[in-house]
Design a protein around this ligand. Structure first.
Ligand SMILES: [Zn+2]
Length: 67
């Protein structure tokens, strides 16, 4: 069973199946857990971890450098 969606970040091309660029927080759940991560381009991602692997369920916009 594939553990990823095979998708990639539309902003910078970082593969969803790769290790997260930066993990902001992790929240264990009954099914596995939820990860909040930041992509290499600065976009915030919510990842759900379950028995089948990890998938990105929500993705924000890149953070402009210097705000
Ligand atoms: Zn990205």
């Amino acid at each position: 069973m594939s553990s990823t969606t095979g998708a990639a970040c539309p902003h910078c091309g970082w593969p969803d199946g790769a290790e997260p660029f930066q993990v902001l927080s992790a929240h264990p759940t009954a099914a596995g857990g939820t990860l909040w991560t930041r992509c290499a381009c600065g976009s915030l991602q919510a990842r759900v971890v379950d028995g089948g692997g990890t998938r990105v369920v929500s993705r924000g916009r890149p953070t402009p450098a210097g705000c």
